[in-house]
Write a protein that binds this ligand. Structure first.
Ligand SMILES: Nc1ncnc2c1ncn2[C@@H]1O[C@H](COP(=O)(O)OP(=O)(O)O)[C@@H](O)[C@H]1O
Ligand SMILES: [Mg+2]
Length: 296
């Protein structure tokens, strides 16, 4: 008798996907997990009440948990609870913490000798001005925590620096009193996103900004095309992923006159553009990695 697909038993492995919004990526991951016959539990983090004394185990949360919250702080705190209960979460607390904070990422990259733009951090507007004078104009200033290009500003001269710092002072945000300052990389109007799953590069894409737009975030209109995976790119991306603790990561880099420099490593990755540009089933690669992890 031919067994119909619905009669094929699920694998004994169980996967939980914790999310706070269902994007294209979550749907693709759920489909890929079901195709692999994984028992898949979907957990909306917004409905969770995690008790510090309760023991959460694999029976409830599965052999491996994929943390997909858009909110950095929500994802980090859920991960803290589950990891303290001995559960295996992708990405780990340490990796998520480092990737979500640009200064911690820069420190990890520098320690591992991964090429990265010259960067410094200051804690007052006066010290920030001095740092920008030293780093030279144009410079770049960023919030240490943030994404989608928000509040990333090119600083073309001292007058602009003073204005931005005055605005930051007026904003009632302790995060914006941390001034993360970077050299402006002389790059083409694009950057490179390389997706690393475990210890392998899955795909790499260029993200090209529309005319007149400086930031190359897809959220700001950048278009995606495949990027050849050269030996240099592969080496830098794998070392960058390892430097932040490894997992399922998107390593963002720029083509500087001296070679590839990594400016960011993303932990809860969006890959719709990369999948469309390359035709690679990235969700499937991620699920295969989770199955591998669950066997360890
Ligand atoms: N040092 C830099 N030199 C040139 N361009 C930069 C630099 N830093 C950021 N950018 C541009 O701004 C975009 C957003 O910066 P990024 O650090 O990736 O922040 P976010 O986490 O918000 O994406 C980058 O993709 C890139 O196009
Ligand atoms: Mg970015």
């Amino acid at each position: 008798m031919k067994i119909g697909e619905s009669e094929i038993p699920f694998l004994p492995k169980k996967l939980s996907i914790i999310f706070d919004r269902t994007r294209w990526e979550e749907k693709a991951l759920i489909k890929a997990a079901r195709r692999k016959r994984l028992q898949t539990e979907l957990i909306d983090a917004k409905t969770l009440c995690l008790d510090v004394e309760t023991r959460y185990d694999a029976k409830t949360y599965g052999d491996v948990v994929l943390q997909r919250c858009i909110s950095y702080f929500r994802g980090l705190h859920v991960t803290a609870v589950l990891e303290k209960n001995g559960l295996s979460v992708v990405n780990s607390f340490d990796t998520s913490l480092v990737c979500g904070n640009k200064l911690l990422t820069s420190l990890a990259l520098a320690k591992a000798k991964v090429p990265t733009p010259k960067t410094c951090v200051t804690f007052t507007p006066e010290a920030a001005l001095e740092a920008m004078d030293r780093i030279g104009y144009p410079a770049v200033i960023k919030p240490v925590i943030g994404s989608w290009g928000r509040l990333i500003a090119p600083v073309n001269d001292r007058a602009t620096a003073e204005t931005i710092l005055e605005h930051r002072e007026q904003m009632n945000s302790s995060l914006l009193q941390i001034h993360y300052i970077q050299e402006m990389v002389n790059r083409p109007p694009r950057d490179i996103r390389t997706i690393v799953v475990g210890d392998r590069v899955t795909v790499s894409i260029y993200r090209s900004a529309p005319a007149g737009v400086w930031r190359t975030n897809v959220a700001l209109g950048a278009t995606t095309t495949p990027c050849p995976i050269t030996g240099e790119l592969e080496d830098v991306a794998i070392r960058a992923a390892k430097a932040v603790g490894g997992g399922v990561l998107a390593v963002d880099s720029m083509e500087s006159p001296d070679g590839i420099v990594v400016h960011e490593v993303n932990s809860t990755i969006e890959f719709k553009g990369a999948a469309a540009a390359t035709g690679v089933d990235i969700a499937k690669k991620i699920i295969e990695y989770l199955i591998e992890i669950s066997k360890r």
